[in-house]
Design a protein around this ligand. Structure first.
Ligand code: MN3
Length: 256
């Protein structure tokens, strides 16, 4: 019997190796089963847990393929959760909600910053997407974006620019700032706009976000990030964006 730490380390190492080489992962199905078992055994008893995807892995096809979703959720997101659980073991963060952790984290608390951000970013991201052609938003948030940016197409253009221009790994966001304004921004790595001590003047409540890490699109789109960004507009859950907007406004004491 391996003790828990050895068991965990073995699992994480296998997961990390698989993440670096997903093609090899699928070439050996025995290895896949072992990795899954170890990853999920550990996740069972940390303060933070991996949420279920609200749809099937293949639900977002053809825009995001099933294999990407399976690895993205089951390996990448799962690893942020595991690493976060380890990082907070001896910290007050372990009894906080993930939103509170992210709001309080300090720039030098690298492990909590990267893995706490990774956990919250992905938890929000899965819900911001939905199967079926979503079309452009015409409801409440659509009206506000029209007013703020001139048209939905202009909003889309500026958001695409933020997502394309983010060098290396990171996220593009639409946020509500503390004044109640809608702002397009982007963050590096797994930073989240709620990280007050990290993002400075770009602080706000994220209402729409796009993961532009290569792991989010490389299997289907390879180096064609703009094509992936274009596909994103077909699968946005605008009901969730509206809900996030209300939550952000409430947080900053603004009337919707
Ligand atoms: Mn990701």
């Amino acid at each position: 019997m391996m003790d828990k730490r050895t068991f965990l380390r073995t699992g994480l190492l296998a997961t990390a190796t698989a993440a670096l080489n997903p093609f090899k992962l699928f070439a050996n199905s025995n290895q896949t089963e072992i990795i899954n078992e170890e990853t999920f055994d550990f996740l069972a008893d940390g303060p933070f847990t991996l949420p279920d995807l609200p749809y099937q892995f293949n639900a977002l096809e053809p825009h995001i393929d099933a294999t990407t979703m399976e690895i993205h959720h089951g390996k990448h997101h799962a690893k942020y959760v595991s690493e976060l659980n380890l990082a907070v073991e001896k910290m007050a963060y372990k009894s906080m909600k993930i939103e509170q952790v992210v709001e309080a984290v300090k720039p030098a608390e690298t492990k909590v910053r990267n893995n706490g951000g990774g956990h919250l970013n992905h938890s929000m991201f899965w819900k911001m997407l939905r199967p079926g052609e979503s079309g452009m938003e015409t409801g409440r948030i659509g009206q506000l974006l029209n007013t703020k940016f001139g048209s939905m197409d202009k909003f889309k253009e500026q958001f695409n620019t933020a997502a394309t221009a983010r060098f290396g790994s990171g996220w593009a966001w639409l946020i509500v700032n503390p004044q109640g304004g809608l702002v397009i921004t982007s963050t590096a790595n797994q930073d989240n706009p709620l990280m007050k001590n990290v993002v400075g003047k770009d602080y706000g409540y994220p209402i729409l976000g796009l993961d532009v890490w290569e792991h989010a699109y490389y299997l289907k789109y390879q180096n064609r990030r703009p094509e992936y960004i274009g596909a994103f507009w077909n699968i946005i859950n605008w009901d969730e964006v509206n809900k996030n907007y209300e939550a952000g406004m409430k947080k900053f004491g603004k009337r919707v």
